[in-house]
Design a protein around this ligand. Structure first.
Ligand code: FAD
Length: 494
């Protein structure tokens, strides 16, 4: 594929009418091949963002993502203004909005960076065909992935379903091209098309304004993404392999929302990590996590039903429980298992949850409560600032055991043992479940076992200040294994 990004050739020799740069999940100036293509040769550029909720199919942005989008668009608009540019905002459908802006500005070309979610990809293919049919040049580029999904194939020519050989094949493929510098200048069009006001899109929560924790935790936008990366390179990368599973330590990059919205691209992260630590255990492990991101996108591209249907059809027969009270307790972080509840509180407050705790909390919903993974997927979709169709769907399927390359269903996390192993001093639980903050570490992950005097000394009244466990681990484990066995035993099951 485009080892040199292809942006120079794409727009060379074209007319001097404006080009429309259609921003989507690439809200940055650096390493943005579509933006460079639009501006090539000093051509005037109309920078456009279209809010196209219908174009997202069954997955319009959730609440936390809408907050992030607002902040990120505001940051991008500011960066563009510093270049004498503007970010024009229009409401979708995308094709109608693009046609209008083409006709208002006389633009001869529309360029964008590709998306891989099924609904967006289908829409974009139609947009491209319609624009071309109307005589408008339309070009798309890769800004979101190291390796495009159709370039990595098994020996038999099909897609990969297992991570390890997938990542091996990626590392054996031509290396991703070096990241591109931001444009030094972008010519303005002779006249600006009208745009809408960002505030009018009402992406921010108002009544109530629940975004205080998000504001404290994050700086959306390209500068915030770069600051995160630099901080991780100097403070986190070296110890990443050893500490990445510890939610009590600031050991991971927290780049996920920035990557999702394209405020930073994976080529930039890949190059920076390689330049600093190529071959070190921290760098290898970290690049492998970027590899998981690639793998999830590969899966979603080749198996577009991934967000809604069990990857392994035998799981269609799984006897999920109808348990609204259990689902509610899980969402609100009131399960009585401190590590689960801490994770759900972190999620609710900051829009992010540590990966290890995501696995524990997801496993608890699916295996301890027997609730369909799609209910958890939907809650994460609404509450995560990094909600990403590929990563979220593939990860939930992975935890459920029905996904490609999944954790086996019978591997059931013990939330107490997981808490004791990965939050050994209880720092994480104390932070997110302050009701338990004064309990000694020995009891923190199983307060129901603590002697009455210890509970009293820590000011904890179980069942009043903090819930008793809503399910017993041993019983829940047996119930899950029985359900799995029942599914396996069904006539016709694989
Ligand atoms: P780091 O450890 O610093 O990793 C660097 C980057 O690699 C991340 O920013 C992310 O882009 C990618 N990455 C890391 N782990 C994974 C993984 N397991 N799968 C895919 N990509 C990965 N990640 C999302 O970005 N969006 C989601 O909606 C999402 N939903 C998840 C749901 C469940 C049930 C689980 C178990 C995991 C989910 N993840 C999701 C994956 C992972 O938890 C996050 O990417 C990670 O915690 C983000 O933190 P970080 O940026 O500090 O990660």
């Amino acid at each position: 594929m485009n080892q040199d990004h292809g942006y120079r050739e794409a727009m060379s020799g074209r007319d001097s009418s404006p080009a429309i740069m259609w921003f989507r999940q690439d809200l940055r100036l650096a390493d943005n091949p579509a933006l460079l293509a639009s501006a090539a040769g000093g051509r005037p550029v109309v920078c456009l963002y279209v809010l196209d909720e219908a174009g997202e199919g069954d997955w319009p942005a959730g609440g936390a993502s809408r907050w992030w989008l607002h902040m990120s668009l505001a940051a991008l608009a500011e960066s563009l203004e510093r270049l004498g540019q503007r970010l024009v905002l229009r409401r979708g459908p995308a094709l109608a909005a693009l046609r209008e802006v083409v006709s208002e500005t006389g633009a001869g070309a529309v360029v964008w960076n590709r998306r891989y979610e099924p609904a967006a990809a289908t829409r974009d293919a139609r947009v491209k065909a319609e624009l071309k049919a109307a005589g408008v040049a339309a070009e798309s580029f890769n800004a979101a992935l190291l390796f495009e999904p159709w370039t990595i194939r098994t020996g038999g020519g099909g897609p990969y379903k297992v991570f390890t050989p997938f990542w091996r094949a990626c590392l054996g493929a031509p290396a991703p091209p070096a990241p591109l510098a931001p444009p030094a200048s972008i010519a303005a069009p002779p006249a600006w098309p009208a745009g809408e006001a960002l505030d009018d899109w009402r992406l921010l929560p108002r009544a109530p304004d629940w975004a205080g924790g998000l504001r404290r935790a994050w700086t959306p936008g390209e500068a915030g993404a770069q600051a995160r990366l630099q901080r991780f390179l100097s403070e986190g990368l070296e110890g990443y392999a050893a500490a990445r599973d510890r939610p009590d330590l600031p050991a991971t990059s927290r780049l996920s929302p920035h990557l999702h919205f394209g405020e930073i691209g994976p080529r930039q992260v890949f190059a920076a990590v390689q330049a600093l630590g190529a071959g070190s255990p921290g760098a290898e492990k970290f690049l492998q996590e970027l590899g998981w991101r690639e793998f999830c996108h590969h899966l979603l591209f080749h198996f577009p039903a991934l967000p809604a249907a069990n990857f392994r059809a035998e799981f269609d027969a799984f006897p999920w429980a109808d348990d609204p009270a259990g689902l509610d307790a899980w969402r609100r972080g009131r399960t009585g298992y401190p590590i689960v509840d801490a994770g759900m509180a972190e999620l609710w407050t900051t829009g992010w949850m540590h990966n290890r705790v995501r696995m524990i909390a997801a496993s608890f919903l699916i295996k301890h409560l027997l609730i369909d993974w799609r209910q958890g997927e939907a809650w994460f979709w609404d509450t995560l600032v990094d909600a990403d169709l590929a990563n979220n769907a593939a990860s939930w399927q992975w935890v459920a055991g029905g996904g490609a390359d999944a954790a086996p269903y019978f591997r059931i996390f013990n939330p107490v043992a997981q808490g004791e192993k990965f939050d050994p001093n209880g720092t994480y639980v104390r932070r997110w479940v302050p009701e338990l903050a004064r309990l000694p570490a020995a009891w923190l992950h199983k307060p129901w076992d603590a002697p009455a005097a210890v509970l009293a000394g820590a000011g904890v009244r179980l069942g009043t200040d903090y819930p008793r466990p809503i399910v017993d681990h041993a019983k829940a484990r047996k119930r899950a294994l029985d359900a799995f066995a029942a599914m396996k035993d069904r006539p016709g099951a694989a």
